[in-house]
Design a binder for this molecule. Structure first.
Ligand SMILES: C[S@@+](CC[C@H](N)C(=O)[O-])C[C@H]1O[C@@H](n2cnc3c(N)ncnc32)[C@H](O)[C@@H]1O
Length: 331
């Protein structure tokens, strides 16, 4: 079995220098998918002319943003500076969303620093005309184990709306087993399973059925330190958009939103400020179309260029190649 994962690509400067010549996009450039017009831009989410370059004249039905959380994954800024930075891309998101649309934002809370930036971000959002709709928690299946604190296994997802967007109830694969909740319907006493639209439960606003990405999963993209599970993004897309709608994501990274949009037959415009993540995003879609594979289990997006190189690391049984995931409150 081939095992050649990459280290974190944002912090390894030697590896970055090696990979940059293989990246199609430089800052300011946009790749347009010849197949259906999806776009990947090497752009800055806080720059209005960059956002206009990505969007053209189109408006999106759904935005799914997963910004750096001002924690380990980002050169840490003062919280007020971070919020000023967030305000810019939220402002631009408002402008490019359709009059009936949805916005989802993944954000962390650093338990060692008064839970910043999540509460600060929530308060900042009150400045905008978005309506707050839900505060979702996704449970990671593996967390940071410590005997001195509660294990950190949560990821937070905020759901806001503009106007009156589409929403379709979603279901998990978890069977409905609780009975009871009797109610009279049409003169007959019914129990809840008789009244149900599905044999399985809804995720509600606590998602316990989604596996965090790790190296053994087919969708794993090694080198990406903050990859979201496809199932979580597909759930959002299926709930808050319809076929052929336009989905946007200003922080593409491993390209999860682009792949999930392709799986759900939506169009997607996405960007990342880093040319390496833009290249990975494009390669992931191309590879999916060619092979049906969702990621690089036991490989990496630059495996042809880096074959047998010193940059790949051996993986031992049961060890995650992305230890950052194991840290508290990160992703
Ligand atoms: C938390 S990751 C997104 C993870 C993504 N949801 C996934 O599943 O792979 C954040 C990404 O935002 C990018 N980024 C940081 N600042 C940015 C900016 N100003 N504009 C666009 N992208 C930016 C980083 O390069 C990084 O790849």
């Amino acid at each position: 079995m081939k095992n050649n994962p990459l280290p974190r690509l944002d912090t390894d400067t030697d590896l970055r220098d090696k990979l940059l010549p293989f990246c199609r996009l430089s800052y300011g450039e946009v790749w347009i998918d010849p197949y259906n017009g999806n776009k990947v831009g090497c752009l800055d989410a806080t720059n209005s002319s960059d956002v206009t370059r990505l969007m053209g004249n189109e408006l999106a039905t759904l935005a799914i943003h997963d910004p750096p959380y001002n924690l380990v994954a980002f050169k840490q800024r003062d919280i007020s500076e971070y919020i000023v930075w967030c305000r810019k891309w939220i402002d631009l998101t408002w402008l490019v969303l359709d009059q009936n649309s949805s916005l989802y934002v993944w954000l962390g809370a650093d338990q060692d620093q008064h839970f910043q930036p999540l509460p600060d971000f929530m308060v900042m959002m009150r400045e905008f005309p978005f309506a707050s709709r839900s505060f979702i928690t996704m449970r990671n299946q593996r967390g940071y184990g410590t005997q001195k604190n509660w294990m950190a296994v949560r990821q937070e997802l905020l759901y806001y709306t503009k106007g009156k967007p589409y929403f379709e109830v979603q279901y998990t694969d978890i069977p409905k087993i609780l009975r009871g909740y009797y109610k009279e319907v049409g003169g007959e006493m019914t129990e809840n399973l008789q009244r149900s639209k599905s044999d399985t439960i809804r995720p509600g606003n606590v998602w316990v059925d989604i596996q965090q990405v790790f190296y053994r999963m087919e969708e794993n993209v090694s080198g990406c330190y903050a990859q979201k599970p496809l199932k979580s993004i597909e759930r959002i897309i299926e709930a808050s958009s319809q076929k052929d709608d336009l989905v946007i994501d200003f922080f593409s990274h491993s390209g999860t939103t682009l792949i999930a949009s392709a799986l759900s037959k939506r169009r997607c415009f996405t960007m990342d400020i880093d040319p390496i993540y833009c290249e990975i995003t494009i390669r992931r879609l191309e590879r999916f179309r060619k092979t049906g594979k969702l990621g690089w289990q036991n490989g990496n997006p630059f495996e042809h260029e880096l074959e047998e190189s010193a940059y790949t690391q051996p993986v031992s049984e049961g060890t995650s190649v992305q230890p950052e995931f194991a840290q508290p409150t990160l992703f």
